[in-house]
Ligand binder design. Structure first.
Ligand SMILES: Nc1ncnc2c1ncn2[C@@H]1O[C@H](COP(=O)(O)OP(=O)(O)OP(=O)(O)O)[C@@H](O)[C@H]1O
Length: 243
């Protein structure tokens, strides 16, 4: 269980980008963060992924306090978090399989990192995750630079799962994709929650995608969490507050 309470993010100049955020992310749930441009979605995701520091408040990951706990606690938890950019950074000349294997090796001992040693287990895990994202057939065929935007997102998700992420944070993973590919990626993320118990948080511009796929919707406005809706669609009044 992930719990945040009273969290605030301040920029070095003193401006508060996020203020007094409270919420819970239950294991294996899918949360969509929505709000207008500049409302603080990316900042919230980056703070959840420990890529930006919180100024104050409490952030608990499986009971561990990530703010008071110190760098060692954060380092251990960081390994359980995967962060997906809008446009994933991949090894362009390598296949999907190689990309996933490199991600998995990055999580293991320095010796295997240095030697690039791939065990049979790593290989099986990589193929398993590529199958989960629907890329088994093309896994070894072509370099990722030849893949479509949707396929590249799938490779990035497979890499995140192979590295054993318990929390997957994705900033606008479907922006720039056609509606069909966007739905496919959302459905795949949902399946990840249901079948593997991964907790997924995505920032989204399109409310209808949030309503269709998310278990929980967080609505941000000017750095404040103004909506925390679970298990239902948004009312018209709620949609108006987010526009
Ligand atoms: N490092 C920074 N320096 C200055 N301002 C920042 C910084 N990071 C965030 N901000 C400001 O904080 C606010 C929230 O930004 P953020 O990128 O989190 O919003 P967003 O909801 O993700 O927007 P978008 O949907 O356009 O990506 C914006 O006004 C942004 O300009």
């Amino acid at each position: 269980m992930i719990t945040i309470s009273g969290l605030t993010r301040k920029l070095p100049q003193g401006k508060s980008v996020l203020q007094d955020i409270h919420g819970q992310l239950a294991p294996g749930t899918f949360t969509a963060v929505v709000g207008t441009s500049g409302s603080g979605k990316s900042t919230l995701l980056r703070c959840l992924a420990l890529k930006e520091p919180w100024a104050q408040g409490e952030y608990r990951f499986d009971g561990k306090d990530l703010i008071k706990g110190g760098p060692l606690v954060r380092l251990k938890v960081r390994r359980k978090i995967a962060y997906l950019e809008q446009k994933p950074i991949l090894h362009e000349k390598k296949t999907a399989l190689k990309n996933v294997l490199i991600g998995a090796i990055g999580q293991v001992s320095w010796l295997r990192r240095m030697t690039g040693m791939v065990r049979n287990d790593d290989y099986m895990d990589a193929m398993d995750t590529l199958e989960a994202v629907g890329l088994l057939d093309s896994a070894k065929k072509q370099p990722v630079e030849k893949m479509s935007g949707g396929e590249r997102q799938r490779v990035a998700v497979a890499r995140a799962i192979a590295h054993g992420a318990e929390l997957l944070v994705a900033d606008e993973p479907v922006s720039g994709l056609d509606p069909h590919s966007a739905e496919e990626i959302m459905a795949m993320l949902k399946k990840l929650c249901q079948e593997r118990g991964t907790t997924v948080v995505v920032a989204l511009h399109r409310l209808e995608l949030a309503e269709k796929f998310a278990d929980q919707i967080w609505g941000l406005d000017d750095g404040r969490l103004i909506l925390d809706v679970r298990g239902r669609r948004l009312t018209l009044a709620e949609k108006m507050r987010l526009s």
